[in-house]
Design a protein. Sequence first.
Length: 436
Amino acid sequence: MRSARTRSLQTIAIVGAGFEGTLAALWLGQACRGTGIRIVLAPCPGAEACDFAYATLPARPDDLLGALGISDLTLLQACSASFALGVALGDHTLPFGSVGMDFAGADFHHHWLLTDRQESYFAYSPAWQAMQGAQFAPPVARNAIGSLQHEFTRLVDVPALVDLLSRQFESRGIRVTAPIDSNQWSPTHNAHKLVFTDSESLDADIVIDASGSRSDGESPWLHAQSEDTVAPLPTYKVEDEGPAWLRVTPLADRTILTRFDHTRSSASRTPWEGNVVRIGAAAHALPPLLPWYSSLLMRSIRRLAEWLPPSRDLDHHRRAFNRQFAADVDLLASANALVETALGRPSDATPEAALSLWCKRGAWHDPDSDLLNRWDWIGLLMALNHYPQNHDPLAERLPAKSRTQHCARLRAEIVRITSGFPKLTDYLAAAQQAGQ
């Protein structure tokens, strides 16, 4: 068989019918509509074991679920969805979204450093304020404070979400085969021929490996999982628990308690080799601590959906995909290292030079990324009590009285707007009733 770079693509096969593979199949099916390219999904033993890693989904404008017609109301009805305005990392709480409003040419945290600090830095976050009263409202124009607006994360029952998504297979032309024969499945750099448990086989030009990297029915991280019943909370939690981390994900009707240990996973791999493209757990070993994990998967799928259907210059796209993936993983590895430090697990991956610059000058010069931008870094560092020792001299241009008045007005506006948010439990109940 000629390689995919010397012929037009005819068949893209996706191995693994968990969340990773299901989302990839639907997006590629949508992108390849009208091109003549077939999308085939082959279940793989153990792929679903990684689904728990995607229980926290970001709410971003480029969200892949919304593009598939899956609204928040649908998630509430079908997937026991809830929402979180932040995450509790041990003794630290990180609200989502920006904090404060920059003025006088300096970032807000520099002005806060010059105050008497009687108010917490995060008291200038709408998300943090709403969390104090267990309140929630999605960000809309009427509750924005200038450019200051909170973000949130969706918390979902992933198996229910996979079931919801799989109902679209037929309408989007996705063919689902018998499970892959794990005895003959070896995702090397070339895997043109796939063999299934019913002895049927398939020739594929491109193979998307969404198998979770293991075929023994275990997740590379999962230690144990159980359920409990509690009221929904405006945060979810990650706590240190001896040999594993405990992640507490409160859904609308129950709470999923997940214990996982990322040291069981293998090292990150080059995702696209030959005709095999690894996504999700098959590609990297990042611990599924925060919504960044889901964002990384979605970025990989979006790039494939953009680059594969034209079937042109795949070598160029392969190099670009691997380069951008490596940059994304490095970025998230540094962020995860800070989280691990907060949870009592110091990591060699902590960006010491950048952290030293932050602690001395309050500056963070990582390039902006829609995966994790500098405001995410600043929020994370401040949540972990990494306060800078010095401030931007530009902040001193503002008289102390003007700074105090500005902060007081901003704080009062945040309190006023968030006080109108409903309780999270009331919001979920009203949304459920609206969908009936």
